[in-house]
Design a protein around this ligand. Structure first.
Ligand code: AMP
Ligand code: ZN
Ligand code: FE
Ligand code: FE
Length: 289
């Protein structure tokens, strides 16, 4: 067994929350607010893992230094595998490399174009929404369907974010539009090439376990065992799979602020120990050559 798990993994504070969203994507709090909350909660550190963007990382790390809270650079890449959306987390990668930022900007542009198409569909369905209104909600951050859900909620078209996903913007719904995405294999290669550590996010949500074996051969280094969407059965299953495959068992709360209507995603709700963080740091090649 390579990675010995302590009893504390996944439990409550103190520890590190390795899955946190900010206003750089679809989180409600900005980096400073998240960091202040993490300190208030007594967390040892956090990783900022916004969707397909590194926009919040420099500022987050700088603010973390100011408040003396370790902030780990991360990202959550959306990928497509057959009919399933798979999320790949990346930690400790060299996010300043020009080919990295070029690719991420390209993915951002694809997000903006896709939201435009979804707005068109909603307008045809009779909903009063404008693309610019969605973009002003995401600000300079990575725009996503949660922003669209938020706008529909604000305008009184729906009564909850969940309803928007169930009736209008979820996969298979009338206003849904597919977005251009990497494959999981490409995302793993992308993070590895940038010197980072690729980790499969919340495997219990998609139940594509065979993919874990394939991705491991392609350079996957970790599995997000501790996540609010995982029950005890999932945790146990993925913990032993991580152990069997020599993958680091990571975890985090997938905190988005309040826009998910789901309080179990509260900051620090899922954490891991410093040992896990050290394992990730050791596996990263960024800054070591
Ligand atoms: P996008 O990246 O634009 O496709 O939006 C995906 C994001 O929407 C996910 O990362 C979640 O944060 C959020 N999301 C997806 N499904 C739901 C749902 N049923 N309820 C609330 N939020 C959701
Ligand atoms: Zn999100
Ligand atoms: Fe995710
Ligand atoms: Fe997430």
């Amino acid at each position: 067994m390579i990675y010995q798990l302590s009893k504390r993994e996944g439990d409550s504070v103190p520890g590190y929350d390795l899955h946190v969203h900010t206003t750089a994507s679809d989180g409600v709090l900005n980096g400073e607010e998240v960091i202040q909350l993490a300190i208030k909660l007594g967390l040892e550190g956090i990783a900022i893992t916004d969707h397909d963007t590194i926009e919040g990382l420099d500022e987050g790390i700088e603010i973390g230094e100011k408040y003396q809270l370790p902030v780990i650079p991360g990202i959550e890449l959306s990928t497509q595998y057959q009919n399933t959306e798979i999320h790949i987390l990346g930690y400790y990668f060299d996010y300043h490399l020009s080919w990295v930022t070029d690719k991420l900007h390209y993915l951002q542009d694809a997000r903006v174009a896709r939201i435009g198409k979804m707005v068109d569909k909603l307008q045809k369905l009779g909903y009063d929404v404008e693309k610019d209104e969605v973009l002003s909600l995401s600000g300079s951050g990575s725009v996503g369907r949660p922003h669209l859900a938020y706008l529909l909620l604000k305008k009184g078209h729906i009564s909850s974010v969940q309803e928007a996903f169930q009736r209008l913007i979820g996969r298979g719904c009338p206003a849904y539009v597919r977005r251009e995405k990497l494959t999981p294999k490409e995302a793993v290669a992308f993070i590895s090439r940038a010197g980072g550590v690729p980790v499969l996010a919340h495997p219990g949500l998609t139940k594509t376990d065979h993919l874990i074996y394939n991705l491991k051969k392609q350079g996957l280094k970790g599995l997000e065992v501790y996540h609010p969407d995982h029950g005890v059965v999932d945790e146990k299953r993925y913990c032993s799979l991580a152990d069997k495959l020599g993958l680091v068992a990571t975890g985090g709360s997938d905190f988005h602020g309040s826009n998910k209507d789901m309080s179990r995603f509260s900051l620090g709700g899922k954490i891991v120990s410093a040992t896990v963080v050290n394992n990730l740091r050791q596996l990263a090649t960024w800054g070591k050559v």
